[in-house]
Design a protein around this ligand. Structure first.
Ligand SMILES: [Fe+2]
Length: 231
């Protein structure tokens, strides 16, 4: 059985190459040949995701108080090429804390851990294709074994569609941050307009009055305005 659909190819330069100069890790992670098509029922269907609880969309409500950092509220919206919302998509995000530290054993850098910060969130897109997260602006962090490369503040975002294999992963950035211009991963997307689509869009109506800055991010699945994918 096959349900492969044929979509127009994405515009040249709108996606990073599998191997990106300056991002050494892609040298070993990039596929060495043609990837096999997905054809079996198991690969193309299920599971159905249940809505995670509301606390999974709040990364800052710690047991001892609020997480440290600039509070931000983000509406992540999943749409197709015609701006049609995709309700039911499981949207996940993960990020460093305000000091640029990941809550993960691999991150052994000398930087403070924030016990009130939860480093990940998830939610099921509603009828508008949206999930709203309350979090903090993450800090920049240095990339080990490089010549002084620091990742700009960024948030990793993933969306699952109808199955485990229909997953998109990318990273979103804060517009105007000076480290954006120096980041090998962001700059690995050749087209400047496509890079622009990875920027959070400030939106006052999304923020919380005198409490949290508001941002929007649209994850566009296909078409000329498709979101660049970054791992
Ligand atoms: Fe990261």
């Amino acid at each position: 059985m096959t349900t492969d659909k044929i979509y127009d190819p994405l515009p040249e330069g709108s996606q990073p190459k599998y191997k990106t100069a300056g991002y050494r890790r892609t040298g070993t992670l990039a596929p060495g040949g043609q990837m096999p098509p997905l054809r079996t029922l198991t690969e193309l269907t299920g599971p159905r995701f249940e809505a995670p609880p509301p606390e999974d969309q709040n990364l800052v409500a710690g047991v001892d108080g609020l997480a440290i950092g600039q509070l931000i509220r983000i509406v992540v919206r999943v749409v197709d090429e015609d701006d049609r919302p995709q309700p039911g998509a499981l949207i996940e995000l993960w990020q460093a804390n305000a000091a640029g530290k990941y809550q993960h054993p691999v991150d052994q850098r000398k930087a403070p851990i924030d016990g009130n910060f939860r480093s990940w969130g998830r939610g099921l897109a509603d009828d508008k294709g949206e999930v709203v997260f309350l979090t903090i602006r993450p800090g920049a962090y240095p990339v080990p074994n490089t010549d002084g490369w620091w990742r700009p503040p960024h948030i990793h975002v993933s969306a699952y569609g109808s199955s485990f294999v229909s997953r998109l992963v990318t990273q979103v950035y804060f517009p105007g941050d000076p480290l954006n211009e120096l980041d090998a991963i962001l700059q690995g997307v050749p087209d400047a307009k496509a890079r622009e689509r990875l920027m959070l869009v400030p939106d006052e109506s999304v923020g919380l009055h005198e409490e949290a800055l508001g941002y929007r991010f649209d994850l566009v699945l296909r078409g000329r305005a498709a979101t660049p994918l970054e791992n």
